[in-house]
Design a binder for this molecule. Structure first.
Ligand code: C5P
Length: 236
């Protein structure tokens, strides 16, 4: 099991899936007394490149840059080099071997996370694509490869966190999106493999990524506090 402890105010990474810098700053300001880790993904990055990333880092918070790089290895290497020195704490790449190798070689200042299987992808999607293995087996296989190739961690759903932690040990960082209070998938939700924040951390995840349950809440601080309570109870 993991020996290092992550402060409670860094366990929840708030996904800033918003249209631009103004909206992102509003979310950060509502959350920052309670948590200090924020995820910048494709939508916000497309809007203003590193502008919000720099602002968050200058404010003393941490950034997970979730651009899920997927291209020929040389292009991924050059892209990762662009992120070095921006103060980003973690960045995501897609988990196939040549891409991981190139990214690991290029990353000097951030932890690299390989995306295993998106949390919006379920067993039904596997069958539709003619794949016979389970999502869990595919996640496990990709995570083991990522670790062997020198990646710091993986992004997986909370449903796989326990098996990854037991099978792959304490060195691997596990970051888990698809977090829903009560583990309920509401009508229209695009996420399929969901768990609660408490279960994800209790089963061995290091961090949970939470977007809409916090950013669309009437009282984001209350949602954060309730998730942190669950996490504290499960991570002792
Ligand atoms: O709003 P919600 O909590 O579903 O947001 C989850 C965030 O995590 C989104 O920004 C999404 O891009 C990201 N993510 C994910 N599944 C992955 C990797 C990242 O949902 N496997």
């Amino acid at each position: 099991m993991k020996t290092d402890t992550i402060p409670l105010n860094e366990r929840i990474i708030v996904a800033l899936d918003v249209a631009g810098d103004r909206q992102a700053r509003e979310v950060v300001k509502k959350c920052e007394g309670h948590c200090r880790y924020f995820k910048v993904g494709l939508q916000l990055f497309m809007a203003n490149w590193f502008h919000t990333v720099d602002w968050i880092v200058d404010r003393g918070h941490k950034v997970m840059l979730d651009l899920k790089f997927f291209d020929i290895p040389e292009t991924v290497k050059l892209a990762v080099e662009q992120v070095n020195s921006r103060g980003v704490s973690m960045a995501t790449i897609h988990g196939n071997d040549p891409i991981i190798r190139a990214a690991v070689e290029a990353a000097t200042s951030m932890k690299l996370l390989a995306v295993t299987v998106l949390t919006s992808f379920g067993e039904d999607d596997m069958r539709e694509m003619g794949m016979t293995q389970s999502v869990e087996d595919l996640v496990y296989y990709r995570a083991r490869r990522a670790l062997d190739l020198g990646c710091d961690g993986v992004v997986s759903s909370g449903l796989e966190a326990g098996r990854l932690r037991r099978g792959l040990g304490g060195k691997l960082l596990i970051v888990t999106p698809g977090i829903r209070p009560g583990a309920n998938v509401e009508d229209g939700d695009d996420q399929k493999r969901v768990v609660t924040a408490g279960r994800a951390i209790g089963d061995g995840a290091d961090y949970v990524v939470v977007g809409r349950p916090i950013t669309q809440a009437a009282d984001p601080a209350a949602v954060i506090a309730s998730m942190q309570e669950e996490i504290a109870a499960r991570s002792e």
